[in-house]
Write a protein that binds this ligand. Structure first.
Ligand SMILES: [Zn+2]
Length: 100
């Protein structure tokens, strides 16, 4: 059995909404990672859990709205910068290819 699940969310507010074809709908707020930033990981994890526990053995087509995609991309860009900065602080030398 195949079901469609859609994740929507905005990086500027951290609010998200997940809609499953089964009628399940839930909303939430991403984990804060700074004063004005939220992690987009929670709705993805919740969608996977819903799929595994609510539709065992089924196939779920996970979709993301364009603005949730933008949130993911901006999160990954920031995460890469945080890791590069942490590596730089540890080693005392700039990481190759990372701009200051
Ligand atoms: Zn469902």
């Amino acid at each position: 059995m195949s079901l469609t699940m859609t994740i929507d969310g905005a990086k500027h507010s951290g609010h998200y909404r997940v809609v499953c074809e089964c009628g399940g709908v839930w909303t939430g707020e991403g984990e804060p990672i700074g004063a004005v930033n939220w992690s987009p990981a929670l709705p993805v994890a919740e969608a996977v859990v819903h799929m595994k526990m609510g539709h065992e053995g089924g196939y779920v087509d996970l979709r993301m709205t364009e603005r949730f995609r933008e949130w993911l991309i901006s999160y990954w860009e920031r995460a890469s910068l945080r890791q590069a900065n942490a590596a730089w602080k540890r080693s005392g030398t700039p990481t190759a290819g990372v701009q200051r």
